[in-house]
Each structure stands twice: as structure tokens, then as C-alpha cells.
Design a protein around this ligand. Structure first.
Ligand SMILES: Cc1ncc(COP(=O)(O)O)c(C=O)c1O
Length: 383
């Protein structure tokens, strides 16, 4: 029987512990497992490769993304790194021009030195993606909505392009979460997550994940996961598994507060621009309506007539929102991308895609929406 999202979030991948009947998956805090004779074991040999707590989490992640196989990593970047290990010198990667700064950094500062070429295109235009393909293109890497300007890529349209040219297609689904969109259903080969964000949801773990359907590809990725060792420990796996149980409830609240905050900020005299895909005049609104179930809890704003100093002053005045990197936790955060999450991107590159000095990114949490509005009112009112 195929269960619905909330049931999968609470149960998928998990059975009562066979040894004790414990309902919650135990934290198997062990590096190794007894073998009856060499090679004769219960499916677990060494925890870099397999661990029961992590295995339960991977089953749940796979179910939520409607995939067959899940892999959990020590961070989102470790998950990204593992995908990039599939490439060879001379290969080309097509990716978005508005990306999480750490993805941009691993592409341009780590893998570029091994002879892999990264081509940045506007992934909100599927034709631009197709036009940039060459015979060397081996991977298309898409983030949607993008971080931080919330541009939308049409996952299915790019999926058709990837299929036509037989190119591996990865979607970073961190901003939407599987509650809002499922890229594998729309033609992606691999879904990538920074599980640090909405999946865990409580800002107390750093973790990454990949989910996919193809068994041969899974085996290849599992090889690098085990050979290179970017796997997480059981305590963190337990925490993310626990976080997933409320993903649907949290996401509904994030979306409701996100809408409230975006609507309050739109038209505010101190705000020049609000990025939120729920607005009918957002350039990706129709795509968002087509492929997402709601518009999420991320809202970015450009402050009117504010230089860097004034932007810093405003960012430091919040009382309910906390000035910090990251997103997707129950608490509201405000981030200054130009100097924080996207500081590793050269100024002219980030400014060309709208990551200007007076841009603030809000991760709208699930506190009382009225208190969030009051906080924004006091911060903007005092200018
Ligand atoms: C869209 C996106 N992808 C990937 C990552 C990297 O994940 P992690 O910080 O868990 O390594 C982040 C982190 O902020 C992100 O926002």
C-alpha cells in the first residue's frame, strides 16, 4: 500500500527494533558489528558503510521523495561532493547562475582544478539550458527555488532536455523540501538536500542527502559514499529522523507565515523589492504553481535606499528573527547573503544576479506570525 506524505514522514523506513521492540529507532552508537565467522554477519560490517539508524533515515528520505534509494551524508556539501565524483576531467556541468555560495565554491574552487568545466546559465529558462549543452555536458545541476533570489526552474522542462541528450540531472530541493515538490516525479535523476534545513528543521544538525531511483547509479554513489567516507553518525541520523516526523506540520506553518511576511513587506515604504514565488507578478509564479504545492517560507527583500552600513544596522536590530546563516529551522532567521552565505561569490558575479549589498534573506519560522510582523515593523519603522 502506498501511504500519503504524513504517514510516510512518521513511519517510512522504520520498524520496531527487532532486538527490543523499541518503537523509536535506537541510536546504534557502534562503529563495528560482530561477525559469526569472517564475512558472516547480519548485514552490517562497519558504520562508515552501513548503520541501522542511518539506514532507517535513508528509507524515510527515499519514501518522502518518491524514490527507491536514499543516502545520508555528513553535510549537504558532502552529498554534492559525492555526485561530482562521478565526473571525469574534460566533462562539463551546466548549472544555475544563482546558486548557494557553497555549491558555487565547490564547483569553481574544488572541481574546476581537476579539469571539470562549469557553465552558468539562467535555469529559469529551459531553452537557455538546452542551448548551452555541448557534447561534453555530463551533468545538469539545478537549484529551485534558488538561494537567495528565489528564481524558479521548470523541473519537468529541463528534465525533458536532460533526457533528450542523456545527461545526468540533479535537483537541489533544499528550499522546497519534499513536502512542496518532488523532482524525481518530474524527471530528475537525483534529488539532493541540505538536510540541515527543513528536513531536520531544528537547527541542531548538519546533514545532506541524495535520493534516486536507478539502482546502478545508486551503487556507484554508494561506492563513493563508503570509499570517501562523508557519512554521518547515528546520533545525527536519529535527530533528522525525528525531525522528519513533523515535516508536513512544520512546512504548512512555514508557508502560512511566509505568505504573511511577504504580503506585509510588499509595498512597505522601506522595501524596494520582495522576492517570494507566491506573488502573481513573480517571474516564476506559474512554474511554482505547476510544480510546488505551496510557496514555502523563504522571502528575500531589497531594502530601499540602504547602503551596506544601513543594511547591517537593520539586520542587527531584529528581536524575534535571529541574524544567522542557514534556514529551514522552526525559528526565524535573517541573513545577509552578500557577506554571509554567498560571501564566497565574487561581488560582480553575485550582483549580476541580484545578490546586492542591500538584500536580506528571511527564513520565516513557525513562531506566531503576528510577532514576526511586529518584529519587522519595529525594525523597518526605526529607519
Ligand atoms: C540550497 C543549498 N544547497 C546546499 C547547501 C549545503 O548544505 P550544508 O550546509 O548542509 O552542507 C545549502 C546550505 O546552506 C543550501 O542552502
Amino acid at each position: 500500500m502506498e501511504y500519503k506524505f504524513a504517514t510516510k514522514a512518521i513511519h517510512a523506513g522504520q520498524e520496531a527494533d527487532p532486538a527490543t521492540g523499541a518503537v523509536m529507532t535506537p541510536i546504534y552508537q557502534t562503529s563495528t558489528y560482530k561477525q559469526a565467522s569472517p564475512g558472516e554477519h547480519k548485514g552490517f560490517e562497519y558504520s562508515r558503510g552501513t548503520n541501522p539508524t542511518r539506514q532507517a533515515l535513508e528509507g524515510c528520505l527515499a519514501a518522502l521523495e518518491n524514490g527507491k534509494f536514499g543516502l545520508a551524508f555528513a553535510s549537504g556539501m558532502a552529498a554534492t561532493d559525492t555526485v561530482l565524483r562521478l565526473l571525469k576531467p574534460g566533462d562539463e556541468v551546466l548549472t544555475g547562475d544563482d546558486l548557494y555560495g557553497g555549491s558555487y565554491r565547490i564547483f569553481t574552487k574544488v572541481y574546476a582544478q581537476y579539469g571539470i568545466n562549469f557553465v552558468f546559465v539562467d535555469t529559469s529558462d529551459a531553452h537557455a539550458v538546452e542551448e548551452a549543452i555541448t557534447e561534453k555536458t555530463k551533468l545538469i545541476w539545478v537549484e529551485t527555488p534558488t538561494n537567495p533570489t528565489l528564481k524558479l526552474a521548470d523541473i519537468a522542462a529541463i528534465g525533458e532536455v536532460a533526457k533528450k541528450y542523456e545527461i545526468l540531472y540533479v535537483v537541489d530541493n533544499t528550499f522546497a523540501s519534499p513536502y512542496l515538490q518532488n523532482p524525481l516525479d518530474l524527471g530528475a535523476d537525483i534529488v539532493m538536500h541540505s538536510a540541515t534545513k527543513y528536513l531536520n528543521g531544528h537547527s541542531d544538525v548538519v546533514m545532506g542527502a541524495l535520493v534516486l531511483n536507478d539502482e546502478a547509479l545508486y551503487k556507484q554513489l554508494w561506492f563513493y559514499y563508503n570509499a570517501c567516507g562523508g557519512t554521518p553518525g547515528p546520533q545525527d541520523a536519529f535527530l533528522v529522523l525525528r525531525g522528519l516526523k513533523t515535516l508536513h506540520v512544520r512546512m504548512r506553518a512555514h508557508c502560512e507565515n511566509g505568505r504573511k511576511v511577504a504580503e506585509f513587506l510588499k509595498g512597505h515604504p522601506k522595501v524596494e523589492r520582495v522576492y517570494w514565488p507566491g506573488f502573481s507578478d513573480h517571474p516564476g509564479h506559474e512554474i511554482a504553481q505547476k510544480q510546488m504545492r505551496d510557496f514555502g517560507g523563504m522571502v528575500s527583500i531589497v531594502l530601499k535606499d540602504a547602503d551596506l552600513q544601513e543594511t547591517f544596522r537593520i539586520a542587527s536590530r531584529f528581536k524575534v528573527f535571529t541574524l544567522a546563516e542557514s534556514l529551514g529551522g522552526v525559528e526565524s532567521l535573517v541573513n545577509h547573503p552578500a557577506t554571509m552565505t554567498h560571501g564566497s561569490i565574487p561581488k560582480e558575479v553575485r550582483e549580476s544576479v541580484g545578490v546586492v549589498d542591500n538584500l536580506l534573506r528571511l527564513s520565516v519560522g513557525i513562531e506566531d506570525g503576528d510577532d514576526l510582523i511586529a518584529d519587522l515593523e519595529q525594525v523597518l519603522g526605526e529607519r
